[in-house]
Design a protein around this ligand. Structure first.
Ligand code: SF4
Length: 244
């Protein structure tokens, strides 16, 4: 018998969450309300499907040959909101030599998230904005917990792939990106920064849930804007991946 967790869905062969092919478990529940969220159906914690960590681990092990180039990724929602379940699952994967990545916005205090970070092989850490006001506007919360998470990863030499969404008129701003690049270059734990151009593929879900989607008029980033972002990251010798 393992620990009960609440999931939204499973993708057996994910290629978008961390290195290699991964079994991706999307957990239910998130405390943030990102304006550009493409999974608002994961927000409500009471809508999840209850699963047992022992059974999930057995299912993951049955895919071992298919995910040998990667491992698993625990995504969401926000995995840090179910620490007991996530730690137990990560430990079971480790016992079976399956590589683990946790995809998080780092939105809870370290007092809760440390055991998860310690048990994971790597984090996929989503930085929304370094700017307090903008971060609150984008997500409903400031960046302090995310930045403390990053500091802890640096301290413990945890491997990190960072993520940052480029939203025209919000985060896609030369001064903000220069500030971010300057901040990030001091972290040796960051192996790669994935820069994700804003898109509206999740807009229909907001409508289905009767939620107001504020970014309906926001365009996708232009080629020139993306070139500008590349120049900033290159100038700071940061390893990045821009998914155009
Ligand atoms: S942290 Fe992720 S799941 Fe939560 S609101 Fe933001 S984008 Fe959506």
């Amino acid at each position: 018998m393992g620990i009960t967790g609440y999931i939204h869905s499973v993708e057996s062969f994910g290629t978008l969450d961390g290195p290699g092919v991964r079994y991706v478990l999307f957990l239910q529940g998130c405390g943030l309300r990102c304006l550009y969220c493409h999974n608002p159906d994961t927000w409500n914690p009471s809508c999840g499907k209850a699963v047992d960590s022992e059974q999930v681990a057995a299912d993951i092990v049955s895919y071992r040959n298919f995910i040998r180039t990667g491992g698993i990724a625990i995504s969401g929602g926000e995995p840090f909101l179910q620490p007991e379940f996530v730690v137990d699952l990560l430990q079971r994967c480790r016992k079976n030599a399956i590589h683990t990545a946790v995809d998080t916005a780092g939105s809870v205090p370290l007092s809760i998230s440390k055991p998860i970070i310690d048990a994971a092989d790597m984090l996929l850490l989503d930085i929304k904005s370094l700017d307090e006001e903008l971060c609150k506007r984008l997500t409903g919360q400031g960046p302090e917990n995310t930045l403390a998470t990053l500091d802890y990863c640096e301290q413990t030499k945890k491997r990190v792939w960072l993520r940052h969404v480029l939203v025209p008129g919000l985060t896609l701003d030369k001064a903000l990106l220069e500030e971010m690049a300057d901040y990030l270059r001091f972290f040796s734990c960051i192996e790669l920064t994935e820069l994700l151009p804003f898109h509206k593929m999740g807009e229909f879900k907001w409508k289905e849930l009767n939620l107001q989607y504020e970014l309906g008029e926001t365009p996708a980033p232009s080629k020139e804007e993306l070139q500008m972002v590349k120049r900033i990251f290159e100038k700071n010798s940061l390893r990045y991946l821009l998914k155009e």
